[in-house]
Design a protein around this ligand. Structure first.
Ligand SMILES: [Mn+2]
Length: 342
């Protein structure tokens, strides 16, 4: 929970400022954008002039959040205070560093509001409000309660979107009973969850052609090693035709790992010049994606990774080497598990 002293300090900085810039990190998501837009409404209600900044374009899947178009990529030069949203890590503000804007930020009071439990590295912050809530939107809701900021219907909706998104619909590990209570309070205040969900789902709609193509890709999925490894190969002609509309790998990779017995899904793309890329996703308990990608010079996380090969090796060779190594790594995990149970 935010403590009162922290909340008061935030309130003091805001009271003293007229022009406030709200900063999102270089990886905007529903929570960071919804939290920024909610704060914008709250601060404008107090007569402040608010500017929304993000160093990268707001991705199109976030365009269902009303007001996303007000976020700009150029850091304003004059403002009285800033609020950095949804990150405590300096490394996620790379774009700001590139044009020297970090020193402008640092010369004025800086508020950080975030829920990621990392070592805060924004050394120039005046006040850091970071505790393990499920979403930054949850922290803003609590701050609004403490500081008696009134919340209108659209602000409530934005906060609900942020919480529901980061909590994966209140099903994630870090969802607390408080997160669930807050959603309850927001519904009491008039938020319609079914309406929010239908707005979100609109952005998931695809062209009819892509639905058919997805079916084709699913028919071509190959299973190896007692179905533990699922592979799909996407040739250049299809990359050329469909990639401008949707990444073919992303159309099917999550369905591929829903097969019974499957632990890892790999989507290969074979380019015209012979380049081969692989996108890798693993299921819970079988996080070998990083090791598999590293073997081929790529990288990533245990559950999600990728690699790229440009040395002219044949696709068939790359594919069979990937399958063999994936099966071996999965067997290693089994052995580790058996060993741990001894
Ligand atoms: Mn977040």
């Amino acid at each position: 929970m935010t403590n009162l002293a922290e909340a008061q300090k935030i309130s003091e900085i805001i009271s003293a400022a007229q022009k406030i810039v709200i900063v999102q990190a270089d990886n905007p998501d529903v929570d960071s954008l919804a939290s920024s837009l909610a704060l914008e409404a709250i601060l404008e209600d107090q007569g402040k002039q608010v500017l929304l900044y993000c160093g990268v374009d707001i991705p199109s899947y976030l365009h269902y959040l009303p007001g996303w178009g007000r976020v700009v990529k150029d850091m304003p030069k004059s403002f009285d205070a800033s609020i950095i949203i949804d990150t405590s890590s300096d490394s996620l503000l790379e774009k700001l560093g590139k044009n020297g804007a970090k020193s402008w930020l640092a010369s004025k009071p800086v508020i950080v509001i975030d829920h990621h439990v990392t070592d805060a590295t924004i050394t120039f912050a005046t006040v850091i409000c970071n505790y393990p809530a499920v979403a930054t939107a949850e922290i803003i809701y609590e701050l609004a309660n403490k500081l008696q900021w009134p919340l209108d219907k659209q602000t409530n909706e934005l906060l609900a979107m942020g919480i529901l998104s980061d909590s994966l619909g209140l099903m994630s590990q870090s969802t607390s009973s408080r997160s669930i209570h807050i959603i309850g309070e927001l519904v009491e205040a008039g938020v319609n969850l079914a309406e929010l969900e239908s707005l979100r789902r609109e952005t998931l709609r695809k062209d009819v052609e892509l639905i058919h193509y997805k079916g084709e890709l699913l028919q071509r999925v190959e299973f190896y090693g007692d179905n533990r490894v699922a592979i799909v190969s996407i040739p250049w002609e299809e990359i050329e035709e469909y990639s401008p509309h949707y990444n073919p790998s992303m159309l099917v990779i999550d369905d591929m790992r829903l097969a019974k017995g499957t632990d890892i899904a790999i989507a290969f793309k074979i380019y015209k010049d012979g380049k081969v890329t692989a996108k890798i996703r693993c299921n819970y308990g079988y996080g070998i994606a990083d090791k598999l990608a590293e073997h081929f010079g790529g990288g990533g996380h245990p559950m999600a990774s990728g690699f790229k090969i440009t040395d002219g090796r044949s696709y068939e060779d790359i594919k069979s080497e990937t399958i063999d190594l994936a099966i071996k790594l999965l067997k290693d995990i089994e052995q580790e598990k058996a060993h741990a149970n001894l």
